[in-house]
Structures are given as structure tokens and as C-alpha cells.
Design a protein around this ligand. Structure first.
Ligand code: FES
Ligand SMILES: [Fe+2]
Length: 439
């Protein structure tokens, strides 16, 4: 209960709450502005998506050297590739020459990673192997132009995680996820031996990513919105409990062994990916933030070797229907978050423990990051590597400083008029959009 608003992370009351009564303040949602603001979304990209370990896929997708997968994570394009030693390496999907994406397809097998712009080619460990006609350029040093790596962690179950933070991540995987890969619900299968990847399907949801993961992590809405789930599940016993950076869903079927029913384990991993495991299949659901009001859902689906066609099709249809229903809920609620009337609502401290955990984790993450930025007087972008080697010149510093000064002046001009706080926020968003257009 200490996670409720008005309480600090250590469970102590804040000044605002202690000045009122001893009664615990009600659990309230984050305000709607947090679900619509482009400035806040960009802060989340810096404070959360750039530096949290994020579950992505499974090593079953990497059967041989050269197998690759590409992803767009909150507008950070990356890819994973298996090298000849069997390791899975991750890189920003950005050619070191003139920034074209090295990998264009969502998946495939390569013998070498060739950029289609000027044909620079990289090995599976990210080393620059070939730069056409640069052999005539005196002093050109290939070792200075390797792909920019991202951190990769493969857990005991074969699930693959990435962390985009340049240099050492603030937290190692174990710090955030502890013994998740020993969780008995997740470890009841030998994934590599028992499952095969089949397909990925998805949809765009016109809603903020938090609205989508909030929705995913409570079953308070199941009786009204999901007849299929309500049909098989003892909803009163459905629980969502925080455990480290995860939310564990405990699901009890009405009748465990009745025909048409099935065991389900769901673990959501902050910030936006979950794994659902059943006897017949498992799937990794990525709810990828694209903008303040758009989220892309990608469901990577794996079939159990013993699943019959009938059982596999039935479970796919089950989840397709549930997801269609959730899409409608999120799309329609977001329209009202956008229209400016709704401010905040009271959440059920038990039935909506999942959304409360997510919102509190986001709130603390972005506020702490912003505090550090204000102290520094500049934005902190953890995924951006520091200029290094031959790149790190005084000319680069001068050019960067020139451009940031120009931006700061433009921003100051746009916000110098005395405006109400909300209008200032809107002006800041508009200015931010303008920067993007200018750049
Ligand atoms: S941008 Fe990749 S080779 Fe030029
Ligand atoms: Fe739902």
C-alpha cells in the first residue's frame, strides 16, 4: 500500500499527505497530461526506454550464424544478430558512415551485414569489414567505425533482453529482475526443446503506452469487457502482484481441467513487454511506445511441439479477440485523455495494483531523471554514446555548441511571452516539434 500517491518510495508520508488526515490518501491515476504530452514522452525516452533492461525475444529465433532480427524500440532502431561463436550481439541499426539503417528487414539471415547506401559492410561482431574505395584514403582506420553496441542479456530460459545505455548500464539485469529466470511459472518448460517460433502479429493502438500496459495489467475490466476470459477464469481470484521490475499475474481457472480450459502464466516485465505461457503456446507481447499517443503491439508467437492444430488455432483466436477488445478500450479512453476534460481518476488499491505500480515506477523514474537534468542544465540522453576516438575533435564540440545555442535561443523566443502554465507546456511541445522539423 505504500506505493499509493502521497507516499515516498520508502513508505514515509510526504509533507502534503501528512498535513491532511491520518487516513491513507486515495490511489489516484497519473494526470491525463502524462498520457498526451510529447515533452513527457521524450523524457520517458531518456529516463526509461534508454536505460532499462527490456525483454525483446527468445533465442529460438537465432538458430544459426547470421540470423538477425530488427526492432524499433521507442524510436531507437536496433538489431540482434548471432555470430559464428553462437553469441547474440546487439547494435544500433545505424551505419557509421552516413546513418542509413544497416538492416532493413524485420528478420533474416545474412552472410555479412552490408549497408545498402554505399555498401559499407560489417561482421557479426559489429566490426567494419569493408568500406569501398576507402583504401585510397590515407589514414582511414576501420577500427574507428564499428557499429555501436547495445547490451544483450540472455537469461536461463533463453529469453533475450537489451539495454540501450551507452557504456555501463546504471543497473545490471539481476538488480532489476533478480531471479525471474528461476520463476517456477516461467521455467516449467524447456523452451528451446519444446517450442518453435511460428509468427508475429500485431496492431497499432492509438493510445499512450502507459494506457496500454495499465490495461494489460489489471483484470478489473475482464467481467465487462472480455467474455472469453470471464468465461474460463475465476475473476475474483485474479491477482497482479509486483515482484522486482515485474508484475506477476496469478490466474485460476473456474475448472482447471474442464475441456476448453487451459493453464496460463503471465509475467509482465517493466517497461512494456510481457510473456504469456500456456501448455500449447507462449508468446512475447511487446507494447512498443511510438509517440505520446501511439503504441505498436507485436506478438511473437511460439507453438508447443505437442499442440494440435485445433488447440493452437483456438488459443490464437482467444487472444486475438481479447486484444481486439483491449484495443477498443484503449483507443476510446485515449480520445478522452486527449480532449482535456478528464484530469485524474481514483484507482482500486488492490484490483488496479498493476497500473499503480507502473505509474509509480514511471513517475519516480522521470522525476529523478529530470531532477538530474535540471541540476546539470542539460538533457541527459543515456543511449547516446560520447564522442570517442577520431570523432572526438574540438571542431565537433564547436559545431554541437553552435547548434544547441541556436535551439536554446529559439526556445526562449517561443516561450518568453507570459502564458498560463498549461499554455507554456503546449508551447514547449509545439517548439519541440518545430525543432524536429528543423533538424
Ligand atoms: S550510409 Fe551506410 S554505407 Fe554509407
Ligand atoms: Fe484486457
Amino acid at each position: 500500500m505504500w506505493r499509493l500517491f502521497g507516499y515516498g518510495a520508502d513508505g514515509t508520508k510526504t509533507a502534503a499527505s501528512s498535513s491532511q488526515s491520518d487516513k491513507a490518501p486515495p490511489a489516484r491515476s497519473l494526470p491525463s497530461s502524462w498520457y498526451t504530452s510529447t515533452a513527457l514522452f521524450e523524457l520517458e525516452r531518456r529516463a526509461i526506454f534508454s536505460k532499462r533492461w527490456t525483454l525483446l525475444t527468445h533465442s529460438l529465433r537465432f538458430q544459426k550464424a547470421g540470423d538477425y532480427l530488427s526492432f524499433n524500440l521507442a524510436n531507437y532502431p536496433i538489431f540482434l544478430v548471432r555470430d559464428r561463436d553462437g553469441r547474440i550481439n546487439g547494435f544500433h541499426n545505424i551505419c557509421r558512415h552516413r546513418a542509413y539503417p544497416v538492416i532493413e528487414a524485420a528478420s533474416g539471415t545474412a552472410s555479412i551485414l552490408s549497408c545498402k547506401y554505399h555498401n559499407w559492410s560489417y561482421g557479426f561482431k559489429g566490426n567494419l569489414a569493408k568500406a569501398p574505395r576507402f583504401d585510397t584514403v590515407e589514414g582511414f582506420d576501420k577500427s574507428q567505425h564499428g557499429l555501436l553496441p547495445v547490451h544483450v542479456h540472455v537469461d536461463k530460459g533463453g529469453f533475450i533482453w537489451v539495454n540501450l545505455q551507452a557504456g555501463e548500464p546504471d543497473a545490471d539485469w539481476k538488480h532489476d529482475f533478480g531471479t525471474l529466470d528461476e520463476n517456477e511459472n516461467l521455467q516449467s518448460f524447456d523452451y528451446a526443446a519444446e517450442f518453435k517460433y511460428t509468427h508475429t502479429w500485431g496492431m497499432d493502438v492509438e493510445a499512450n503506452w502507459k494506457a496500454v500496459v495499465d490495461n494489460y495489467n489489471e483484470c478489473y475490466h475482464c467481467p465487462t469487457s472480455h467474455p472469453l476470459i470471464a468465461g474460463v477464469t475465476d475473476i475474483a481470484k485474479y491477482r497482479v502482484e509486483p515482484n522486482a521490475a515485474c508484475l506477476e499475474h496469478t490466474i485460476i481457472n473456474k475448472v482447471q481441467e474442464q475441456k476448453g480450459q487451459f493453464r496460463r502464466s503471465i509475467i509482465f516485465t517493466f517497461p512494456y513487454v510481457s510473456v504469456t505461457v500456456t501448455d500449447n503456446f507462449f508468446y512475447i507481447q511487446r507494447m512498443v511506445p511510438i509517440s505520446a499517443t501511439l503504441t505498436k503491439i507485436e506478438n511473437e508467437t511460439y507453438r508447443h511441439n505437442n499442440a494440435t492444430d485445433e488447440a493452437f488455432d483456438a488459443i490464437i483466436q482467444f487472444y486475438k479477440q481479447v486484444l481486439d477488445e483491449d484495443k477498443t478500450l484503449c483507443d476510446e479512453a485515449q480520445k478522452n485523455l486527449n480532449n482535456g476534460i478528464y484530469i485524474t481518476g481514483e484507482l482500486h488499491p488492490d484490483k488496479e495494483k498493476g497500473p499503480l505500480f507502473i505509474q509509480d515506477t514511471v513517475r519516480r523514474g522521470v522525476m529523478e531523471h529530470r531532477r538530474r537534468e535540471e541540476e546539470l542544465g542539460a538533457e541527459i540522453w543515456p543511449a547516446v554514446p560520447k564522442p570517442m576516438g577520431e570523432m572526438d575533435t574540438s571542431r565537433l564540440s564547436e559545431e554541437e555548441a553552435f547548434c544547441s545555442k541556436l535551439e536554446a535561443e529559439l526556445f526562449a523566443e517561443d516561450t518568453s511571452v507570459a502564458l498560463a502554465p498549461k499554455a507554456v507546456a503546449l508551447a514547449a511541445v509545439a517548439t519541440h516539434e518545430r525543432y524536429k522539423t528543423l533538424l
